[in-house]
Design a protein around this ligand. Structure first.
Ligand code: FFO
Ligand code: ATP
Length: 226
């Protein structure tokens, strides 16, 4: 797919997160279903080459809404590779997400949440730190791996628990990160020059777009925190 340049409008050099959210969410909503589907296939072609993904067992995904990168192809791949897949469940506004496991016929056990997305009907599940890799929706990201989400703080709130603890996975030559490995899913136009950051923000290990799989230098930051 064609790459698009990062947004360079002056209003984003000291970005107002709310304005940026509105701007990118509108762009995302206007994409055709065909364009979105192609993007969903394209990201999978990058993901399947990643050893972190191929070695992972428990994968956190999302059910796309709001024009996000579709996850259907990724779900199919995970199931084909016999991985266990988990979807986020919003329990309450100030609570971390619960991660409910979903098997092949996942569509029958979903409910619509009033925020606008579908989620598993189950109100219980794993904690995010039990997952090996988590694919996260996002509104914008920058080259340092900062992530801007929908503004609910759900991912940051959930992931903050992992950052408080020492390395919670057995470290091998392959695993120099704190579980879960955090991968953002984005269209290329969601990259911005520099995002405004907050103390609670938890950055990404990598981002996958239709044109590339980009790793960030998050390892050093993870290590400082234990
Ligand atoms: N597909 C998907 N699922 C997800 C997320 C996401 O970003 N995408 N989340 C990531 O955190 C959590 C849900 N977070 C959300 C936070 C805010 C809004 C939101 O602003 N929704 C409405 C207004 C809601 C209201 O009526 O109060 C809107 O679209 O304007 C939606 C989801 C968990 N599941
Ligand atoms: N670790 C945390 N503990 C308590 N509150 C938090 C934490 N992380 C975020 N929040 C709260 O969530 C609110 C929204 O945060 P932010 O704008 O960074 O969300 P976001 O990353 O865009 O959303 P999401 O992660 O759901 O996609 C903030 O006002 C903040 O007070």
């Amino acid at each position: 797919m064609r790459s698009s340049k990062a947004l360079e409008s002056p209003i984003f050099s000291h970005p107002d997160s709310q304005l940026l959210r509105q701007y990118i969410r509108r762009q995302r909503r206007e994409l055709s279903i065909h364009y979105r589907r192609q993007a969903g296939h394209a990201v999978v072609r990058h993901i399947r080459k990643q050893s972190t993904f191929m070695h992972a067992t428990k994968i956190g995904l999302y059910i796309d809404a709001f024009g996000e990168i579709p996850t259907q192809s990724l779900i199919k791949l995970c199931l084909k590779l016999k991985k266990s897949i988990y979807f986020p469940v919003v329990i309450a506004k100030d609570q971390p997400l619960a991660w409910a496991q979903v098997k092949a016929k996942y569509t029958s056990r979903m409910t619509s949440h009033r925020f606008g997305m579908k989620q598993p009907s189950k109100q219980r599940g794993l904690s995010v730190m039990d997952l090996d890799v988590i694919f996260m929706p996002l509104v914008a990201y920058d080259d340092k791996g900062h992530r801007l989400g929908m503004g609910g703080g759900f991912y940051d709130r959930s992931l903050s628990r992992c950052m408080e603890k020492p390395f919670n996975n057995k470290r091998s030559h392959r695993q120099h990160f704190k579980k879960p490995y955090r991968v953002g899913m984005a269209y290329d136009f969601q990259r911005v020059d520099l995002l405004e950051t907050n103390p609670w923000d938890i950055s990404l290990h990598a981002v996958v777009t239709p044109t590339q799989y980009q790793r960030f230098n998050t390892v050093a930051r993870d290590s400082f925190l234990h």
